[in-house]
Design a protein around this ligand. Structure first.
Ligand code: HEM
Length: 423
């Protein structure tokens, strides 16, 4: 898992004994201490470490929360409520520091997504998905998909109004398959199989809890592969040029261990601000109302980090096509290594692509805004123009960016001259 021969020399009898049986120390030494890392990695390269921190925080707080949580939709002690909802209230009020654990976990999901989006846009900007890092990128896309699934199932667990209705809306997307399977309701069968019944209910909650507990460990496994795939070619860097020799690199420790630790600390301060001063800021107040299958909330909206995809889904009137556009938006990411035809990796040297990249960033933010507005919202100041039309344009740009601009601009653009070396 490291590039180049090992430099580890066991210092004691015990480490020599261990090294010839299970070279764990050698592995840790070569991957975390001496690993040759480009000397020009900037702030944006700290997000890999920040993400590792987030995953750790979510797993630890999640395990402790699970000790007090009850995945049961049966009516709880409070009439109209459920055991699941009550157990979360119990965590918030009666469990020692339960409120802290829950707020760290709930806001931790948002911080995790914030970090992963920065990490992904960084990869896009510096062309880190290009050869020889295609597998590294695809593993990242798999991690992202797993994160979306985990977050969605976690959101269902408190069994509030948004939990219940989000689960209903999203699982019902599968029923759109009925539109192409003629008389056989394949989609409905798939949805019922997912629910474990004829609607979202107790069985659904139970299996979502089971999977929500399982998936973070799967993510941890894929992160292991991700870092393995990173350590074979080594890091890309802001210049996007290959490392030429030892003059271009520094050992990972102490240079990047200290730099990463510093930025993890800054990130933790921002995280703490959210937890202690605005713990409900990213949440939806409707989720403090117990799930009620006979009262549909006026607006069912996902968490902020899924809003761009939600906007794409809603912008298409035909349900099945909407679902395909939504799924395609994520699947597209896996093809980027082959869609980008440029010889040059980093956008620093790509004057034209750089412009399209920043339009793409704004486009994603705008899609998020569209997703946060009501289904029949109009463009502010233009009462006759429905927002959904702009969401359609933004969806078209999202696809156009990857499937048209990436291949075409790569061929016609004249990149700036590349420096000879990092040093
Ligand atoms: C739990 C989630 C993730 C963790 C813990 C993680 C971890 C890391 C770490 C530690 C690095 C090396 C440091 C750095 O370059 O920042 C890295 C690099 C990288 N990651 Fe991730 N990652 C995650 C998700 C993703 C996702 C979702 C993608 C893309 C879809 C991705 C794509 C990349 C790429 C392309 C690199 C190489 C960057 C370069 O060398 O320029 N990662 N990741």
């Amino acid at each position: 898992m490291s590039s180049g021969p090992s430099t580890y020399v066991p210092q004691s009898g015990l480490t020599r004994w261990l090294d010839s049986r299970l070279p764990l120390m050698r592995f840790a030494h070569d991957t975390m201490l001496t690993f040759p890392t480009p000397r020009n990695l900037n702030f944006w390269y700290a997000f890999g470490a920040i993400l590792t921190f987030c995953l750790g925080v979510q797993i630890i707080t999640g395990i402790v929360l699970a000790m007090h949580y009850l995945p049961s939709a049966a009516v709880g002690a409070v009439p109209g409520s459920s055991n699941a909802f009550d157990s979360v209230e119990n965590i918030m009020r009666d469990v020692n520091y339960g409120w802290l654990l829950r707020y760290i976990h709930a806001n931790g999901a948002s911080m995790f997504f914030l970090a992963v989006y920065v990490h992904m846009f960084r990869g896009l900007y510096y062309g880190s998905y290009k050869a020889p890092r295609e597998i590294l990128w695809i593993l990242g896309v798999i991690i992202y998909l797993l994160m979306v699934m985990t977050a969605f199932m976690g959101y269902v667990l408190p069994w509030g109004q948004m939990s219940f209705w989000a689960a209903t809306v999203i699982t019902n997307l599968f029923s759109s398959l009925d539109q192409v399977t003629g008389g056989i309701k394949v989609g409905t069968h798939v949805a019922q199989w997912l629910w474990g019944g004829f609607a979202v209910g107790d069985a659904t909650l139970n299996r979502f809890f089971s999977l929500h507990y399982l998936l973070p460990f799967v993510i941890a496994g894929v992160v292991g592969l991700h870092i393995w795939a990173l350590h074979v070619p080594g890091n890309n860097n802001p210049l996007g040029i290959d490392v030429k020799g030892p003059q271009d690199t520094v050992p990972f420790h102490p240079y990047y261990t200290s730099k990463d630790a510093f930025y993890v600390g800054l990130f933790a301060i921002l995280f703490a601000f959210l937890v202690f001063y605005a713990p409900e800021f990213v949440g939806n107040p409707d989720n403090n109302i117990p799930a009620n299958p006979v009262v549909t909330p006026a607006d069912i909206v996902p968490e902020w980090y899924l809003l761009p995809f939600y906007a794409m889904l809603r912008s298409i009137p035909q349900k099945l096509i909407g679902v395909l556009v939504l799924g395609g938006a994520i699947v597209t990411l896996a093809f980027i290594p082959w869609l980008d035809t440029s010889r040059v990796r980093s956008n620093r040297f790509r004057p034209l692509m750089k412009v399209f990249f920043w339009i793409f960033v704004v486009d994603c933010l705008f899609l998020g805004y569209c997703g946060s507005q009501g289904a029949d919202a109009v463009v502010p100041g233009i009462p006759g123009l429905q927002l959904v039309w702009l969401a359609r344009l933004a969806t078209a740009y999202y696809y156009g960016f990857f499937w048209v601009l990436m291949p075409v601009v790569g061929l016609i653009e004249q990149p700036k001259p590349l420096p000879d070396s990092i040093a």
